[in-house]
Design a protein around this ligand. Structure first.
Ligand SMILES: Nc1nc2c(ncn2[C@@H]2O[C@H](COP(=O)(O)OP(=O)(O)OP(=O)(O)O)[C@@H](O)[C@H]2O)c(=O)[nH]1
Ligand SMILES: [Mg+2]
Length: 195
């Protein structure tokens, strides 16, 4: 998709605030600081639309971005941020679970992981949670620019083995820095959007 039009629609804390247009949604889940917001920005060629930060835990709400008037990217707050209180974490978990399991317009979830490291326990839990609810998953292994190409296969294997990756799911290598994987990511997203 060639994107010329993209805007934030709402930073939602409650389901009542989610858009009611009925347009399809693609959500991004992943550890805090893994590169979810950067992924959105790279996909739509807009450096600063989705807020990114070197400080983890910046995205605290479900942020809906409308793309070409056709669908939404939903930037989900990252998990695994130590400085968040237990109460806040429980609230966050509830919001996320409600969104992921009850949202009819949700077409696929991008499970974003860091290619450099084996997925964390929470990454595995998230992936398995999505599988349990039969949500279509695209695993995005990002920050590929930080690993030499000659070592990609080794890292891909570690990521897939740790997640217990289902070979019926989609997997894409990505870099927000270089744009690696952008075309493939669009191809997969468009397949699930079936616009
Ligand atoms: N080298 C490199 N850096 C990246 C890449 N993607 C993200 N980053 C950097 O990683 C940091 C975190 O990126 P964000 O996109 O803000 O991460 P996030 O997942 O949205 O984080 P939260 O909103 O806290 O959940 C920033 O400093 C980005 O510049 C990438 O592909 N390559
Ligand atoms: Mg973010």
């Amino acid at each position: 998709m060639d994107v010329h039009k993209a805007d934030i629609v709402i930073s939602a804390v409650a389901p009542a605030q989610y858009p009611s247009t009925g347009l399809p949604e693609i959500a991004l889940a992943g550890r805090s600081n893994v590169g979810k917001s950067s992924f959105i920005n790279r996909m739509i060629n807009r450096k600063g639309l989705a807020r990114t930060s070197s400080k983890p835990g910046k995205t605290q709400t479900l942020n809906f971005y409308i793309i070409q008037d056709q669908f939404y990217f939903v930037d989900v707050p990252g998990y695994g941020y130590a400085k968040v209180s237990k109460t806040e974490r429980a609230k966050w978990g509830q919001m996320l679970e409600t969104y992921l399991t009850k949202r009819d317009t949700l077409k696929a979830v991008l499970s974003v992981v860091d290619l450099r490291h084996a997925p964390s326990k929470e990454d595995v839990q998230m992936y398995q949670f999505l599988k349990y609810y039969d949500l279509p998953v695209i695993v995005v292994a990002t920050k590929a620019d930080k690993i030499p190409r000659s070592k990609w296969n080794k890292h891909i294997k570690i990521v897939k083995d740790t997640l217990e990756f289902d070979k019926n799911d989609e997997f894409v290598m990505f870099s927000s820095e270089t744009g690696e994987g952008k075309d493939e990511a669009w191809r997969l997203i468009e397949k699930y959007l079936a616009l």
